[in-house]
Design a protein around this ligand. Structure first.
Ligand code: HEM
Length: 129
């Protein structure tokens, strides 16, 4: 725990970098999915998002362990990230038509934006707090 606390800032910047990469990659893949591009099947494009999202989640959980996870805004972020990933798979894989995938992509991006508001305000109400 001491080791974690000593590296809190480094973990936080890794968390924020992973969050930025996550939404960038998501936007690209959603575009390729709606456009029906074969780039979506490239090995790197299929694997990198899992690595990025795992780093994002793992760093978030480590940070939460240091500051005490039992806070409404942290629980709200956890719920948010599950929704973001769930709706995200609709946008990229499970949505049957390009139109449905596009709508899911917009909803996933809005969920992400809501989570950033939770992170910056330390409040589940996000930008509305
Ligand atoms: C899409 C998902 C996520 C995004 C976009 C995101 C974004 C961010 C951002 C931008 C910060 C920096 C806030 C600041 O400097 O004031 C941050 C910090 C933090 N995040 Fe996340 N996060 C996400 C998921 C998570 C999850 C799932 C957890 C926990 C389970 C988590 C826990 C934390 C904690 C504990 C901090 C440190 C807060 C502080 O030191 O002020 N995050 N997050």
């Amino acid at each position: 725990m001491n080791y974690l606390a000593a590296n809190y800032l480094a973990i936080k910047y890794l968390h924020i970098t992973a969050a930025a990469l996550s939404i960038l990659f998501f936007a690209l893949r959603a575009y390729w999915s709606v456009a029906g591009s074969a780039t979506l099947q490239a090995r790197f494009v299929r694997i990198a998002p899992h690595v990025i999202d795992t780093v994002l989640l793992a760093c978030g959980i480590l940070l939460a362990l240091v500051i005490g996870p039992n806070q409404p805004w942290i629980l709200a972020k956890l719920v948010g990230v599950v929704l973001y990933i769930g709706v995200g798979t609709l946008a990229i894989k499970r949505g049957k038509t390009p139109g449905k995938r596009a709508v899911a992509a917009i909803i996933a991006a809005l969920i992400f934006f809501y989570i950033v508001g939770i992170a910056l305000n330390h409040n589940p109400l996000s930008w509305f707090s």
